[in-house]
Design a protein. Structure first.
Length: 245
């Protein structure tokens, strides 16, 4: 009789654990954030490369090459705007479905899209882009010290990244808060004189992409742990199959 009671208690514990681990799994479906950051990094490199090629061709009096590269740059800029505010959401949904196919589905609270970093509302996106362009432009014009471009950017980047962690990354993966935290620490280290500077543009680009990848990969790894735990609970003979399903 005691053994039966122990088995029933284990079954109850397993049933109670399933919602907890399902929530942890759903919160940490952050692999699409990795994809988004890789796309952003590639696009940034293309913008930089095309801009440099255009300027180099113009300075060296290669007008045909300068004109051609300028046209390609403009076309790419238009495509990026379309991706950022129109087509990217649909494309990322399809990518997300492929990344997590075969794992079923889980959600935390009202759905914000199929498990990934959806695009933030247009107004917030425009405000953020304005802050980026304004700070970079003022720095290039000499109104802001280029050495402190990254610490200055932390004033608006850190709140924006906190917003992403809270509202955009499905249910708020706790690991996504590593992103603004590491970005802020990087800014403090630069202000205090720690020699980690790489130049004004790289000081912003590398922490933005690098710390985002660290945070998203940490969340993804934890989602694998949660998924394995869920599958173990579902396969446990103590857990009724109708409950596990």
């Amino acid at each position: 009789m005691k053994r039966t009671d122990d088995s029933a208690g284990e079954a109850d514990d397993g049933v109670r654990e399933i919602p907890t681990w399902a929530r942890r799994y759903a919160q940490n479906l952050t692999l699409p954030v990795v994809v988004s950051l890789v796309i952003f990094a590639v696009a940034s490199c293309m913008f930089g490369g095309l801009s440099y090629l255009t300027a180099w061709a113009y300075v060296n009096d290669k007008r045909v090459l300068a004109g051609a590269s300028m046209l390609v740059l403009c076309a790419f800029a238009v495509s990026w705007v379309w991706f950022s505010f129109v087509g990217g959401t649909r494309i990322m949904r399809q990518i997300t479905k492929q990344l997590y196919r075969g794992e079923g589905s889980a959600s935390v609270g009202p759905p914000l899209g199929p498990g990934a970093m959806s695009h933030p509302p247009t107004l917030i996106g425009f405000v953020f882009m304005f802050c980026v362009l304004a700070s970079v432009g003022l720095g290039l014009l000499g109104f802001l010290p280029t050495r402190y471009m990254q610490p200055i950017s932390a004033v608006y980047v850190v709140p924006f990244l906190c917003y992403i962690g809270l509202k955009v990354c499905r249910g708020g993966s706790p690991f996504m808060f590593l992103w603004p935290a590491l970005y802020a620490i990087h800014a403090v280290l630069l202000v205090t004189g720690v020699p980690i500077g790489m130049g004004p543009m790289l000081d912003m680009f590398v922490p933005t992409v690098g710390y985002g990848l660290i945070a998203a990969l940490a969340g993804h790894i934890y989602s694998r742990v949660a998924l394995r735990r869920l599958r173990r609970l579902a396969a446990s003979p103590e857990v009724p199959q109708e409950t596990a399903e």
